[in-house]
Design a protein around this ligand. Structure first.
Ligand SMILES: Cc1ncc(COP(=O)(O)O)c(C=O)c1O
Length: 460
């Protein structure tokens, strides 16, 4: 009997790479070994991870934005234990779930202009639901999406993906999906004019690149959608639940979409869950007769463990003031990063809202740096960011990410429990690594040469 999972973890942890190479994704193991991220994380709590030597790491990745309230939050643990200890009538199916009712009620209290909730198991599933609801409710086929958009990797969601790296090799994708540039109102109006478009879907702040729209964009998007009978779907799967310093990112621009998609943080970092919040008229077009009561659904959606995680997460966001903290800590980091932009020629832009922040690097002007930059770019576009994220990891125990393929932007997506002291630590570490990247020759550019060699060998 495997009843002691922690003991099993400890026993097999040293084999994790071998097991993954043999039975799972070997390429991921190769990537981790190449960049030196093979430290073996053994524990996580709050904003910190601990490796097998007990070394502490600051997690600016949050499992791609899952750990808004931090890892292994005691409130979520208590909620989960309470469900497990209670013999609740989970997933009866020929009944309706009490906990789903409670979570729906509490979510809608944050978004009072929407009326209905449809629960799902992941972000992609929320997107699939939005596509079906939009087509079903409008009777139109078209879905408009943006360049660089990321809405997930299942077929419908992939059809709305704005990057070739994800789409290539999987075509044909869903028909009638039209891509337009992000932040381009003229292109949107042009696309909507046919009145064949069921929905326009966009992330209020794009995850790939941390792209922030101009101030009037989302407001005008909502107006244009209304004018042409198209539904406006805000994908807040990454930006929602306080990440940007507001419950939803659209609140920064006073916009009320027709559907809002959330997931990631709603899980409390434990049980996958997502939700589509919609206007009543959309929902009622889909579930319009008794014989269509289950016309869309998914077996595990609304399961008690997931609902309990969602309820506990909303409680923690409020009781710990995490949305306000995200706004304040974001300002602290952005202020310091803006100062670095003035001081360092390689830093070309700094942008973000709350704790969703991007630092973009760009071609330098000084001769020595330019030659090294060009060499790196010629080998592999976007490789420079690894010269920042790898030293951050190895020398400062900070886990961060590059904001997409071929991107020049390093992205910060930390748990919202980040403290002022954590921020000072991040600022110092970034300053040190960026300063070192301006020294040629130096350790950072030696790493660059190693990465170029790897890139060339990988292609050979
Ligand atoms: C904005 C956005 N939408 C959708 C998704 C897909 O979510 P999932 O990976 O849970 O399917 C993601 C995941 O990163 C996302 O960032």
């Amino acid at each position: 009997m495997t009843d002691d999972v922690a003991a099993l973890f400890a026993q097999r942890e040293p084999d994790r790479f071998a097991m993954h190479s043999r039975h799972l994704n070997e390429q991921m193991v190769r990537v981790l070994k190449t960049i030196g991220y093979d430290v073996g994380f053994c524990r996580g709590t709050g904003q910190y991870l601990y490796d097998r030597e007990g070394r502490r790491y600051l997690d600016l990745l949050s499992g791609f934005g899952v750990f808004a309230i931090g890892r292994n939050h005691p409130a979520v643990r208590t909620a989960l234990k309470s469900v497990l200890d209670s013999d609740l009538p989970n997933l009866v199916q020929m009944d309706v779930s009490t906990l789903a009712g409670v979570l729906a009620e509490r979510l809608l209290a944050h978004v009072p202009y929407l009326d209905k909730v449809f629960f799902v198991n992941s972000g992609s599933e929320a997107v699939e639901t939005a596509i079906k609801f939009a087509r079903g409710a409008t009777g139109r086929p078209g879905i408009v999406y943006c360049d660089h958009a990321f809405h997930g990797l299942s077929y419908g969601a992939l059809s709305l993906n704005g990057d070739e790296i994800f789409r290539g090799g999987f075509e044909p994708l869903l028909p009638d999906c039209v891509r337009i540039p992000f932040n381009d109102l003229a292109a949107l109006e042009e696309a909507l004019r046919s009145r064949n478009v069921a929905a326009f879907i966009a992330e209020p702040i794009q995850g790939k690149g941390v792209n922030i729209p101009s101030d009037d964009y989302l407001k005008t998007v909502a107006e244009l959608c209304r004018r042409y009978g198209t539904l406006f779907v805000a994908d807040e799967i990454q930006t929602g639940l306080g990440r940007t310093g507001r419950f939803l990112a659209v609140e920064h621009w006073n916009v009320e979409p027709d559907m809002v998609l959330i997931s990631k943080s709603l899980s409390g970092g434990h049980v996958p869950v997502g939700a589509v919040l919609t206007r009543r008229h959309i929902f009622e077009k889909i579930f319009n007769r008794m014989d269509r009561a289950v016309v869309h659904g998914s077996t595990f959606a609304k399961n008690d463990l997931a609902m309990a995680c969602g309820i506990a997460t909303l409680d923690v966001l409020k009781s710990e003031g995490l949305i306000e903290n995200a706004a304040q800590r974001g300002e602290q980091l952005l202020r310091a990063f803006a100062d670095m932009k003035e001081r360092y020629e390689l830093v070309s832009d700094v942008r973000g809202k709350g704790l969703m922040i991007g630092m973009e690097f760009g071609a330098p002007t000084s001769f020595k740096l330019k030659a090294s930059w060009n060499l790196l770019e010629a080998a592999n576009k976007g490789l420079f960011c690894q010269l920042i994220t790898i030293p951050l990891f190895k020398e400062h125990q900070i886990l961060s990410q590059v904001a997409g393929h071929a991107s020049h932007t390093v992205k910060l997506l930390p748990p919202l429990v980040l403290s002022p002291v954590d921020c000072e630590y991040i600022i110092k570490a970034f300053d040190g690594v960026i300063a070192a990247s301006h020294r040629v020759p130096g350790a950072v550019w030696s790493l660059g040469k190693t990465l170029v060699d790897h890139a060339i060998r990988a292609r050979a």
